[in-house]
Design a protein around this ligand. Sequence first.
Ligand code: GAL
Length: 332
Amino acid sequence: MLLLWSAAPGSAQTNRVTVADRNVIHPGEIWKDNRGEHVQAHGGGIIRVRGTYYWFGEERSQDLDRSRRYVSCYSSQDLVRWTFRNQVIKLADPEGFGPRWILERPKVFHNAKTGRFVMYMHIDGPLPGQTGGYNLARVGVAVSSKVDGDYRYLKSFRPLDHESRDIGQFIDDDGTPYLIFEDRPFGFRIATLSGDYLNVEKEVCLIPLHLEGGAIVHYNGLYYAIGSALTGWRPNPNKYATAKSLEGPWSEFQDIAPPETNTYGSQSTMMLKVTGKKATTVIFMGDIWKPQTQWDSRYLWMPLEIGDGKLRLPEPKPWTLDIKSGRAAILK
Ligand code: GAL
């Protein structure tokens, strides 16, 4: 077998890796970027632009300026090897929210008509006079003319006048963009965006259940939605339901994995559909949060067993993805 020696730039250490290893996704392990650093894209999302995948997420490195909030962007051709592109958001408190302000779960949409990239994020923080908490419950919007450019913060608001904490992103096969948001008093909402993507326009559905970490995929004529229970950073049994249309009716929610595993210690952030020449793989993207050492939070990505109204997250094991064929293989 052909062996390669790879050295992370700037590091004295060399690692012996095989060619095959380079295409392996290792759920729960440190995921090194092209610089040899753990990918910082927590609570993230992925879009594909002209054949390249871009992964955006919360940048939580240890050496950051604590008054700012950061989003990093990475690119990949194969979803396995990631190149750091830019800290696309390095934002100081944009609206006088106070020192405990929060920016989480960034998601970027590409508006083909305007050519702009529009980032939605969960903006939060305590109410005036309080010292902590997630009470603002807003979404923020930032724009850039380049996918990995410096995004300009525009505004924050409550979508359709509802509270919004965790957000998720869904782009249907016809390109229609949707924002999924958790509205604490009522449930899990799915809404369309305005033509310029800068506003949340119309509600498509309210699922009256308390679910966050919302993710949706359209697979073989059915919509599958995943949500997590509201247990903060602690994992819980994530659940799924299906519907023929986004408006519903949605089926009963069921566990995506044996409930005692608490989603194998992870929480959903997105489902990514990879359609290749031979097969379609739907990837569950989850976060394994480490609230005391967030820079070390990990990713749990696995190919889902999905079809005919059923969805199952297999036990995490190393696996390979062949982006051309669309085939995933779990290594025994
Ligand atoms: C989780 C949420 C995370 C973060 C955390 C804070 O429920 O999914 O994004 O907000 O709570 O406790």
